[in-house]
Design a protein around this ligand. Sequence first.
Ligand SMILES: [Fe+2]
Length: 385
Amino acid sequence: MQVLNAFDYKPRTRVVFGAGSIVQIGKLANELGFLRTLMVADHGLVASGHVEEALEPLKAAGIKVVPFHDFETNPDSLMVQAGADFARAENIDSIIGLGGGSSMDCAKGINFLITNGGRMADYRGYGKTRVPLLPMIGIPTTSGTGSEAQSFALISDSETHIKMACGDPGAAFRVALLDPALTVSQPRIITATAGFDALAHAVETFVTTKHNAVSDLFSREAWRLLESNYELVLDDPGNLEARGAMQLGAYYAGLAIENSMLGATHACANPLTARYGTAHGEAIAMLLPTVVRWNESAAANRYEELLLLSTADKTGQLHSATEALAQRLEELATAGGLHTRLSQAGISDSDFSALAADAAEQWTGTFNPRTFNVQGALEVYRCAY
Ligand SMILES: [Fe+2]
């Protein structure tokens, strides 16, 4: 059971949840003393009208907002550097990250550079800052990465395309504002990929070598909410109840990562994004069921617990709970219109050796319940082909 795994849990983020809660952003920013704030929001957000929705209450609260939209999905170190150069000249005292994981990670990255200088790579790892970061508010508009719950920024190195995990207690948002109404406008493919990523966070965090009593609380509840609402939110995108459940599930899964880390699925997914530009959630969907099967010898009891918490038909399934869970995950990926095999996405098996070498270098793989190395990564890619 590993209930004796040690933990050190310090909540660093105030969480405000509710449909329509975006109107509180001015008051929340005032309470934190924001006077001149950088709003980091991707281009898509501007078009959705959500930036306007956030600007109004901020302006009404007397806060000057400096917008920054000049970055892409999976922000890299050059984009963050450009954002920091821009923000430095604007003399800001705070940052708001509004959008998906890319906006929130970009906000965190800019914060590292404008307060502590240097380059993004200097902050790889944890706790590398010398002076405090600026206070930040995170407002997720997708239900996926859980970045709003984490003290890590994931920034790709612009030269090597390797995803760098840059963590610091000060990189946690002071407030996470969760308004499910903001997630209604996301395109179906984003609901599908971001939602599947969140599902994978719940599953992977539940079985890592670091999982503990606190991370288990978050993983279980995340899984329960995400598994039972994923298909619902795809079938009925305007269902605010289901949207709220997905958003909370993604948030809890983010907290689970913060307390337990991730595993082989993420280790194998990151090289696909680096090499082929595969969207993170799409890569995860093609790998998670295979990794669950591959981990069976080390995590069968844990997977059975997740299966029992799920809405899947368990009749006659408990003799092979791991396989039943893997099949349920494939069913969910298919509901999202996502590929479940690497061959369907044009990934070439001749690249597997190079991909496996990169996957084995991923920090997150070290927390996988079954020892993960180049050989293991190769097996995962082959079985997922
Ligand atoms: Fe992920």
